[in-house]
Design a protein. Structure first.
Length: 341
């Protein structure tokens, strides 16, 4: 799940080298990109970083306002926010005062994702790490690694039994203005609502076939796109909303993955405008040294909280645990995962 944008190759390579990172290209584990290919979402520039809050992995209480006491430390404010439209108490999760579905399976901790689902032997070895969740690419015509020999119902059941949580990722049709060159052939075509509904239903069918029960979160992977183009943004949003509805109607929890500066920024603006059928959980990519679930600059601190955010904060890094080596993306999670039957 590699989000890319146009940045100077030399800067990205120098940054990776200083962090001791081994690079791989995209979720296809192909050779490193050429200069004309875009690289991963990066941390804010100096002007953004100077004003950004310090990294935080827990929701922070809102400041006190007149006539309203400040929440206790560690609490999540549930009061309405002035100026924000009221949303119906449904599966949507646009504000902190609303809850995830009762059967959502929330995980808090470190996760990694990699193009091919690791073997069970690797998962057993990686119990020596701090990771306890893994992203698996279970469906979608846009997957860079469509063949997943390890990804079976038995694999998920055994992984669950030894303490692993799973983040199901569906890489379906991509935005008409998707940036990545390797996603141009899977752009949204036809009626975006019909296609979104069909792919949402496909995601549910594939998840159920793997033993993921109702209440499981399914994350739609929408690679970086130019959301400033009005027609493109409208088509992408229609697709995403239809996908969300189809997933929700079947009893699953819709999630959404994209870069902080494109898809996430786009959906945050829709949330503020009162748009319905938004994802229940978001997974944002912004590569930086440390994770920061609640200090992301493009997101209101109260949005998608307290247990509906994942931060992908590093990509294409190589780690070895228990004698097994993988090239992965690093994630900090406070969000729903799969519920394995």
């Amino acid at each position: 799940m590699m989000i890319r944008r146009w940045v100077a190759l030399a800067v990205a390579v120098a940054s990776a080298a200083s962090a001791g990172v081994t690079a791989a290209y995209g979720d296809s584990a192909a050779p490193p990109p050429s200069p004309e290919q875009v690289l991963g979402e990066v941390a804010p520039g100096p002007s953004e970083a100077d004003s950004a809050p310090e990294p935080s992995l827990r929701p922070r209480p809102l400041p006190a306002s007149e006539g309203r006491p400040a929440p206790q430390p560690g609490a999540v404010a549930a009061q309405p926010v002035p100026g924000v439209p009221e949303f119906p108490p449904s599966w949507q999760f646009p504000e902190a005062r609303q809850e995830l579905p009762a059967d959502a399976n929330v995980f808090r901790g470190k996760a990694f994702d990699t193009c091919h689902a690791p073997s069970m032997g690797v998962l057993r070895n990686w119990r020596a790490s701090d990771y306890r969740a893994v992203g698996v690419y279970f469906g979608g015509r846009g997957r860079a690694c469509p063949n997943q020999p390890n990804l079976t119902p038995e694999y998920l059941t055994e992984g669950d039994s030894i303490g692993w949580n799973f983040l199901p990722i569906y890489v379906g049709s991509q935005s008409p203005c998707v940036i990545a060159s390797n996603k141009q052939n899977v752009r949204i075509t036809g009626d975006p609502v019909e296609r979104g509904a069909a792919e949402g239903a496909d995601a549910v069918d594939r998840a159920a076939a793997l033993g993921m029960e109702r209440g499981s979160a399914l994350y739609l992977d929408m690679e970086a796109y130019d959301h400033r183009k009005a027609d493109c943004a409208a088509t992408t949003l229609a697709f995403v909303r239809a996908w969300n509805r189809a997933v929700t109607d079947s009893g699953y929890v819709p999630g959404f993955y994209s870069s902080a500066s494109s898809g996430i920024s786009h959906l945050e603006s829709e949330r503020r405008a009162g748009t319905s059928d938004l994802p229940a959980a978001i997974w944002f990519a912004r590569w930086q040294p440390q994770p920061d679930l609640w200090g992301e600059p493009v997101l209101d601190r109260e949005a998608w909280a307290p247990d509906a955010r994942i931060h992908q904060y590093a990509g294409n890094v190589t780690e070895t645990h228990g004698g097994s080596t993988l090239t992965i993306d690093r994630n900090q999670v406070s969000a729903p995962v799969a519920r394995i039957g």
